[in-house]
Design a protein. Structure first.
Length: 271
C-alpha cells in the first residue's frame, strides 16, 4: 500500500492529486489542508471517503508537527511527499519590475508572503516530515515548481512579470538541490516538477480591466512563441496524472535527484 501525502490539498492541483490517487484502492492517500472541515465536506460530496485529511498551514510548525503525529498513526512512513502549497497572485503575475514606480513596498510585501509560504513553508514541510520519509523504502519528495523560476525560461520566453512567484520558485529549485545533496546517500529522492500550464481556477472568474486582459493575451502569445506545443492550460486531472507519471518514473539512479524538470521530464524545456 504506497502512501501519499499531498501538502496544500484543498483545491487546484492539490485536491486533484487526492482525487486521482484515490482511484487506486491500493493507495493510502492523505491531504494536508488549512481548512480541514471544508475539505472533509468536499471529499464526502465527491465520494472520496478513503482520503484522510489533516489540518496544517505550512507556515505553522506546530500544526505540521501535529499532522506528523496524525500521519504516523495512519501510515508508518511516507512513500511520496508531494509539496504543492503555494502563494501566488494574478495582480503580480501581470507586472514587471518597471511597473512598481510608486509602490515598491507592495512588491516587498508580496515577495515576503511568497517566500514565507513557497520557500520557508517548503523547508518546514520537508524538515518536519523527513523522519517519516526516511522510514519508507520509496522515499520520494516532490516540490511543485515552475519554469517561471528558471533564468533560461525567463530569457527565452521574454516573460518579465510574476516577480514574487518567480523568485520564490527559483529558491525552491535551489532548495531541492540542497536537500538532494544532504539526503541522497540515504536514498531520498528530492526533486522539483513544473506543472506546465494547468487551469486550476475554481469558482466565478474575476473580471479583468482592459489593460490586464491585454496583458494576459500578451502572456499567452509569449508562451506560444516559446513553445509550439503549448496549446493553453490543461484540465487539472490531465495535469495531475502527467505530474504523477513523471514522479513515478524519476529516481536517484536515473539522475533525477536535485533536478527540476518539466511536466514531460525535461530540464531545459518548460512547455
Ligand atoms: N496551475 C499551474 O498552471 C501551475 C504551473 C506551474 C506550477 N504550478 C505549481 O503547482 C502547485 C499547485 O498550483 P495550483 O495552481 O493548483 O495552486 P492553487 O490552485 O492556487 O492552490 C494552492 C494550494 O495551496 C494551498 N496553500 C496556500 N497557502 C498555504 C499555506 N500557507 N499552507 C498550506 N497550504 C497552503 C491552498 O490552500 P487554501 O485553499 O487554504 O488557500 C491550495 O490548496 C503550486 O506549487 C504551483 O506553483 C502550477
Amino acid at each position: 500500500m504506497p502512501s501519499y501525502v499531498v501538502v496544500g490539498a484543498s483545491r487546484g492541483l492539490g485536491y486533484t492529486f487526492l482525487k486521482v490517487l484515490a482511484t487506486d484502492p491500493n493507495n493510502t492517500v492523505i491531504g494536508l489542508v488549512r481548512d480541514d472541515v471544508a475539505v472533509q465536506k468536499r471529499l464526502v460530496e465527491d465520494g472520496l471517503t478513503s482520503v484522510r485529511v489533516f489540518k496544517a498551514d505550512v507556515t505553522n510548525l506546530e500544526e505540521l508537527k501535529a499532522a506528523r503525529t496524525n500521519i504516523e498513526e495512519v501510515v508508518g512512513g511516507i512513500d511520496y511527499l508531494i509539496c504543492n502549497a503555494v502563494y501566488k497572485t494574478t495582480a503580480t503575475l501581470l507586472r514587471n519590475l518597471a511597473e512598481y514606480p510608486d509602490d515598491l513596498d507592495y512588491l516587498e510585501t508580496e515577495i515576503s508572503k511568497s517566500f514565507k509560504v513557497n520557500v520557508v513553508g517548503l523547508i518546514n514541510t520537508i524538515n518536519v516530515f523527513m523522519p517519516l520519509v526516511q522510514r519508507s523504502s520509496i522515499k520520494k519528495i516532490i516540490a511543485l515548481t515552475s519554469g517561471m523560476g528558471s533564468c533560461a525560461f525567463t530569457n527565452d520566453s521574454g516573460i518579465d512579470g510574476g516577480i514574487p512567484y518567480s523568485v520564490s520558485k527559483a529558491a525552491v529549485n535551489m532548495l531541492v538541490a540542497k536537500y538532494n545533496v544532504t539526503y541522497k546517500s540515504e536514498g531520498v529522492l528530492t526533486m522539483g516538477i513544473c506543472a506546465g500550464s494547468v487551469d486550476t481556477f475554481e469558482g466565478e472568474r474575476p473580471s479583468f480591466s482592459e489593460k490586464d486582459t491585454a496583458r494576459f493575451g500578451e502572456f499567452g502569445t509569449k508562451l506560444q512563441a516559446y513553445s509550439a506545443r503549448f496549446a493553453g492550460p490543461v484540465p487539472p486531472e490531465d495535469g495531475a496524472r502527467q505530474l504523477l507519471k513523471v514522479m513515478h518514473a524519476s529516481s536517484i539512479e536515473g539522475g533525477n535527484g536535485g533536478t527540476c524538470v518539466s511536466y514531460f521530464g525535461s530540464t531545459s524545456q518548460w512547455l
